[in-house]
Design a protein around this ligand. Structure first.
Ligand SMILES: *Cc1c(COP(=O)(O)O)cnc(C)c1O
Length: 388
């Protein structure tokens, strides 16, 4: 396969993982819809033997996703959660994990309701508070789990600083994992900042068209990759070839879509910040954001996600969600179409109310995923919804 590492992000997005198909010359990797592969002699498989273990369409997607992060190895999964689950299985029973206190709700649920039953111990902390993070990390901590920007409060964690704290406190024995779903590799590359492993829910921006659920793990470390590839096959949370094909098609325009998501989100955040009904706007691109300076250093642009609170509290927040005409009321994010949702009763309903409040997630908070429609139409839609 051609080495694309000297090329820019857009070139890698378009060409990554895809080579002309050797038999027909098809420019796009076909959907290899097969479970098994005929072998010329016993145990003499050509390339693949069974599609849980390997599939050419998945190979292409995995190489493309690795290339987006500028890394050597990528593995694809049937969902972001299957990727989270597989990453946790790197650890031994009883391991201590430090994780951010503002995590994707499904990740928090998997940690506290499933892995906690298997003896894993979790400490949740605000990782943008360096002293609190250092206090939570112990010599026997084996994983630091970070999300940045966080969901739904869009806080920014200084990845290099957090990774250094993990290294110092554990003698380099904690794996640093960054869930890079919100930022995407177009805007932020955690492996260059000290992370060992990057996770994506490819359901979101990487596929970008709201038609596939998928996940990925990316690393530059051959040993870590070998352990994860073993688990991918042993556990079997793999995506089917059609999903790989669609995701591969989607990611070719990631760079273009992210530019438009950011252009639109910057304009929407400015409108909301100036709006008389809006009490608070959480967007790392706004100068008043508490982590604005870190965001400007760590991310190429502030991304397409915004959350905000209305002066009218819970009732006002919930009712805005029902009045938009272009922003569809739905969970998920990162697709071409704009979405709106109410975290306390939707994406974060599985987080206990007292835990939500302790993390600063107000019950009236509204989260939007700003799509790639025309900016004036999106602003007009939110203005009419806020007018009531
Ligand atoms: C959606 C999401 C996940 C889970 O991914 P699925 O594809 O829904 O399983 C994990 N982390 C973040 C930040 C997400 O947004």
């Amino acid at each position: 396969m051609q080495d694309l590492s000297r090329y820019g992000f857009g070139t890698r997005a378009v060409h990554g993982g895809t080579e002309p198909e050797p038999v027909t010359g098809a420019i796009m990797t076909p959907v290899f819809q097969t479970s098994t592969y005929v072998q010329p002699a016993p145990a003499a498989a050509k390339l693949h033997e069974y599609s849980r273990t390997g599939n050419p369409t998945r190979d292409a997607l995995q190489a493309a996703i690795a290339g987006l992060e500028g890394a050597r190895f990528g593995l694809s999964f049937a969902s972001g959660m299957a990727a989270v689950d597989t990453a946790l299985r790197l650890l031994d029973q009883g391991a201590h994990v430090v994780a951010g206190d503002d995590l994707y709700g499904g990740t928090y649920r998997l940690f506290t309701k499933v892995f906690a039953r298997h003896g894993f111990e979790f400490t949740f902390v605000d990782p943008s508070d360096d002293a609190a993070l250092r206090a939570a990390l112990r010599p026997d901590t084996r994983m630091l789990w970070l999300e940045t920007p966080t969901n739904p409060l869009l806080r920014i964690v200084d990845i290099a600083r957090a990774a250094a704290a993990a290294r110092e406190r554990t003698g380099g024995r904690a794996l640093v994992v960054v869930d890079n779903t919100f930022a995407t590799p177009a805007l932020q590359n955690p492996l260059g900042l000290g992370a060992h492993l990057v996770l994506h829910s490819t359901t979101k921006y990487i596929n970008g068209h709201s038609d596939v659920v998928g996940g990925a793990l990316v690393t530059d470390d051959p040993d870590l990759h070998a352990r994860l590839a073993f688990l991918q096959n042993a556990v079997g949370g793999v995506p089917g070839p059609w999903d790989c094909f669609l995701t591969l098609r989607g990611l070719k325009t990631l760079h273009l879509r992210m530019e438009r998501h950011c252009d639109n989100a910057e304009a929407v955040a400015a409108m909301l910040a100036a709006h008389p009904q809006v009490a608070r706007v959480h967007y790392p691109g706004l100068p008043g954001h508490p982590n604005h300076a870190v965001a400007a250093l760590q991310m190429k642009r502030p991304g397409g996600m915004i959350s905000f609170e209305l002066k009218g509290g819970v009732e006002a927040g919930r009712s805005v969600c029902t009045r938009t005409r272009l922003f569809a009321l739905a969970e998920s994010l990162g697709g071409v179409e704009s979405l709106i949702e109410h975290p306390a009763t939707m994406t974060h309903a599985s987080v206990a109310p007292e835990v939500r409040r302790a993390a600063g997630l107000a019950d009236g908070l509204v989260r939007i995923s700003v799509g790639i429609e025309d900016r004036a139409d999106l602003i007009g839609d939110l203005e009419q919804a806020l007018a009531g």
